[in-house]
Design a protein around this ligand. Structure first.
Ligand SMILES: O=C(CO)COP(=O)(O)O
Length: 134
């Protein structure tokens, strides 16, 4: 994967996965502080408030936040997506979610949709970009 010197990571979590995202961000806070972060609205707000990260917050997912991130990604402005999806709960904006994941596949951008993969991606990013992991 191609990774910028200061990796640009998008962070997204569905409601039942937001606590997991906050824990993950705390685990990798040293790495994430060295990255340029964007997030969907509610996820980003929690990462700012509870982890103290500097995050550019897009719209909330159901209001178009996934699409905003997807548009940036299509323009080559996102190096990885951590998208903790809730596989048990139907989402009103499922087409937007699919569009973002598809954009990751189209543009060959790493997209972690569960915690274990997220850890692998973040650890690899720290290694490849020679950044300090948590
Ligand atoms: O719905 C989401 C992703 O599809 C997440 O959006 P929020 O971070 O605004 O809750």
């Amino acid at each position: 994967m191609s990774i910028a010197k200061r990796p640009r990571i998008a962070l997204i979590a569905h409601d039942h996965k937001k606590d997991t995202m906050v824990r993950l961000a705390k685990e990798y806070v040293e790495l994430l502080r060295q990255c340029t972060l964007s997030a969907t609205g509610t996820t980003g707000g929690r990462l700012v408030d509870e982890v103290g990260l500097d995050v550019e917050c897009m719209l909330s997912g159901p209001w178009g936040g996934d699409l905003q991130i997807g548009a940036r990604l299509a323009q080559g402005e996102v190096d990885a997506v951590i998208f903790l999806r809730d596989p048990m709960t139907p989402q009103p904006h499922e087409p937007d979610i699919n569009a973002l994941v598809r954009a990751c596949d189209v543009h060959d951008v790493p997209c972690a949709t569960n915690l274990s993969t997220a850890r692998l991606v973040l650890a690899q990013m720290a290694r490849v970009a020679d950044l300090d992991a948590a």
